[in-house]
Design a protein around this ligand. Structure first.
Ligand code: NDP
Ligand code: 2IT
Length: 448
């Protein structure tokens, strides 16, 4: 069998062994699609069945999360933690609370996280978790009771040297606070490094909140700079209006871009004079409101649009920062027709495989999630570093560290793509670089 047949057979095996998990199949296919030149160069990876081992999580935990809502009714959710790969460090990755969460979604996110964390250059393995709990419309007390119940099972599986969760969709500093409080109570240990994304007053790191969005914009800047271009004066569209989107908008504007649209699951805001980040933060972070309120509050002719796609808005740079498979083949066609120059994935796997193919064929600069959004988890690793040394760094120093990490991720993807004769192919560069570091560590450990 040549490399391609071997990889195809493995893909089929993954589909058979993990039925009804389409997102996981998609994430595996995207990585395997890049790897035949690497396997050809490194027969030792094939002999050690490294690919087969990497596609099988080291451990998968599924648990019941019972809790009582404000009306006194018992609710039951399902909790997950997939500890995918610990070759480079303790399992590391966020927790997602969203009704769409199931085992396949957590596995896709955990699989991506292995390569992202490897690319970040930090000593962290890959994992992910979450629940099908829907935080929308729940009171603070309900969120607290849910988090306490969730942690009452999760605590026995995690630890600063074992597995270090953080936030993701539906999980921010409020939830991390409730989770950390319950962990501390159950274990009788103030183990700061067991969770990241903590509040600044109790072990959190400066720039962690901003890191994913800022990092994605640094990555776009590096891609543009490699072509002698920059963000100044460019119209930008950012989907989502959560943690990643807000700070992508902020940094894009600081770097001279004009962000004209952002969205949520109900529609998008179009603001031709540029999104007002202070107002967006007020609505989303302070008031936990919806962006449909933005136009009335802005009073400048901005619109809330519900009958078309945010990707219909003209832009030179597109940053999908909401959720998986939110940018389809049709959206990619529209963006290319409208002259998009660069796309970077702030969310995890936001572009469908068909959309990605179109961007790559059109020569659009395309920054895949595992490279472009790695700034969040990299800054989580910096938080772990600060916790381990009982230190707390300034905003400026932390931001510089993040920037250096993103520049280095860009450089390694760019150079690997060149080295293999695939110049400008960041998808190939990211998958290959991320994979080789994990593979080399696994080889060193023998068959475990
Ligand atoms: P938030 O919960 O803060 O915000 C999520 C945003 O995406 C909201 O605007 C939400 O809209 C929208 N959204 C979520 N699900 C859907 C859906 N099914 N359809 C349409 N819109 C949706 O999450 P984050 O900003 O933290 O995460 C966004 C993305 O970035 C995710 O893919 C996440 O995995 C990824 N990511 C996050 C990192 C982090 O550090 N937080 C790090 C790296 C990647 P609505 O309110 O209407 O649901
Ligand atoms: O997808 C991601 O990289 C995250 N949600 C952040 C994970 C982390 O551990 O900071």
């Amino acid at each position: 069998m040549d490399q391609r047949d071997t990889l195809e057979a493995l893909q089929q095996q993954v589909v058979q062994r993990n039925p009804a998990e389409p997102e996981f199949h998609q994430a595996v296919a995207e990585v395997l699609d890049s790897l035949s030149p690497v396997i050809a160069r490194h027969p030792e990876y094939k002999d050690a069945k490294l690919l087969e081992r990497i596609c099988e999580p080291e451990r998968q935990i599924i648990f019941r999360v019972p809790w009582v809502d404000d009306s006194g009714t018992v609710q039951i959710n399902r909790g997950f933690r997939v500890e995918f790969n610990s070759a480079l460090g303790p399992y590391k990755g966020g927790l997602r609370f969203h009704p769409s969460v199931n085992l396949g979604v957590v596995k896709f996110l955990g699989f991506e996280q292995i390569f992202k964390n490897s690319l970040s250059g930090m000593p962290i393995g890959g994992g992910k978790g979450g629940s099908d709990f829907d935080p929308k419309g729940r009171s603070d007390n309900e969120i607290m009771r849910f988090c306490q119940s969730f942690m009452s099972e999760l605590y026995r599986h995690i630890g600063e040297y074992t597995d270090v969760p953080a936030g993701d969709i539906g999980v921010g500093a409020r939830e991390i606070g409730f989770l950390f409080g319950q962990y501390k109570r159950l274990t009788n240990r103030y183990e700061s490094g067991v969770l990241t994304g903590k509040g600044l007053g109790w072990g959190g790191a400066r720039v962690r909140k901003e890191a994913t969005g800022y990092g994605a914009v640094y990555f776009v800047h590096e891609m543009l700079a490699a072509r002698g271009d920059d963000l100044a004066g460019k119209e930008i569209v950012v989907s989502g209006s959560g943690n990643v989107a807000i700070y992508a908008i902020e940094k894009a504007q600081q770097m001279g871009g004009k962000v004209v649209a952002c969205s949520d699951s109900g529609g998008f805001v179009y603001d031709p004079s540029g999104i007002n980040v202070a107002l967006l933060r007020q609505i989303k972070e302070e008031e936990r409101g919806r962006i449909s309120e933005y136009p009335d509050r802005r009073q400048n002719g901005a619109d809330y649009v519900t009958d078309s796609s945010i990707w219909d808005v003209h832009c030179k740079v597109a940053l999908p920062c909401a959720t998986q498979n939110e940018l389809t083949e049709k959206d990619a066609q529209t963006l290319i027709r409208n002259g998009v120059l660069a796309v970077a994935e702030g969310a995890n796997m936001p572009c469908t495989p068909a959309a990605m193919k179109l961007f790559r064929e059109a020569g659009t600069l395309f920054g895949p999630a595992k490279a472009a959004n790695a700034g969040g988890v990299a800054t989580s690793a910096l938080e772990m570093q600060q916790n381990a040394s009982r230190d707390s760094w300034s905003f400026g120093y932390s931001e510089q560290r993040l920037k250096d990490i993103m520049i280095e991720i860009h450089r390694s993807c760019f150079e690997t793509a060149e080295e293999y004769g695939r110049p400008g192919d960041y998808v190939f560069g990211a998958n290959t670089t991320g994979f080789c570091r994990v593979a080399d560590a696994m080889l060193a450990f023998g068959v475990i």
